[in-house]
Design a binder for this molecule. Structure first.
Ligand code: SF4
Length: 265
């Protein structure tokens, strides 16, 4: 059973729910960025999602017709189990790993290579084409390690996508990141810029809520959420995760009643 919406005439319309599944694997991180949506840091409790739970999520997502899975955190590469998680997921669905790439070296890089297939994309957060602009929010010493990680990933044959958060520190020099990624052979479609969101540790940026965000099903050990931008209490759809069809059904109901309201207006 998939969650595509049909019109009254029985003809399938476009899905109203983006069929991406986001999985928060853990909440601890080797960085403590000033705008972190998950309030992650080396001292944040791990709240790890175990391998068994990830496997069940991937299985159920595949049956429900989800198109792809995103692994995020915290820093997923801190987990010993991340390689098995990725290997399982990318055997079934296109999979993206979000990381700051600082740990993409040595044994971890080797294990990541062993776990991967061409279904796996690595999405790296990079906020600047030079240290100052990146480190203003991410911390001193982080840029060089992230850049080294990007090189390592590319040399290992991974598809690397870059994600930039626009901040007051980098907004006048975003072109430097474009110059940087083009020099590495990363194409335009694999670089995107997102605005700063006022959630988690962020004290500035766009105010976001269920009302302003289109839903993208997001799961952590604490439940199912409306959107990956926040695992705050007001964004939680359900504490119960399984069967995944239940919270997905709740979101669909909300979308359909919103659509019905718009039709009446
Ligand atoms: S924004 Fe990403 S890299 Fe920075 S602390 Fe949060 S999880 Fe870690």
């Amino acid at each position: 059973m998939g969650f595509r919406v049909s019109g009254d005439d029985g003809i399938r319309s476009e899905p109203v729910l983006p069929l991406k599944l986001w999985i928060y694997t853990n909440f601890d991180c080797n960085l403590s960025c000033r705008y972190c949506l998950a309030r992650s840091s080396p001292h944040t409790p791990r709240l790890e999602m175990g391998l068994d739970m990830v496997k069940q999520l991937v299985d159920e997502a595949a049956v429900l017709g989800f198109d792809c899975v995103y692994f995020t955190g915290g820093e997923p590469l801190l987990l010993d189990s991340i390689y098995a998680m990725l290997s399982y997921a990318c055997a079934k669905l296109p999979t993206t790993l979000l990381t700051n790439a600082m740990l993409a070296r040595g044994k971890r890089l080797e294990m990541l290579r062993d776990a991967a297939n061409p279904n796996l994309t690595v999405q790296v957060s990079l906020d600047g084409g030079r240290a100052e602009t990146h480190e203003a929010y991410r911390g001193i010493g982080s840029w060089g390690k992230t850049v080294e990680g990007i090189h390592n990933l590319l040399e290992s044959g991974f598809r690397v996508r870059l994600s930039t958060t626009e901040t007051p520190a980098n907004q006048s020099s975003l072109d430097e990141i474009c110059t940087f990624h083009r020099a590495l052979g990363i194409v335009e479609e694999d670089h995107f810029v997102r605005p700063l969101a006022r959630r988690g540790a962020a004290q500035e940026g766009m105010v976001v809520s269920r009302e302003t965000l289109a839903p993208e099903i997001t799961v952590s050990v604490k439940g199912v959420y409306w959107h990956p931008l926040s695992t705050d209490e007001d964004m939680r759809i359900s504490e119960q995760i399984f069967p995944l069809s239940a919270p997905v059904g709740l979101v669909m109901e909300k979308l359909q009643s919103a659509q019905a309201l718009q039709t009446v207006k």
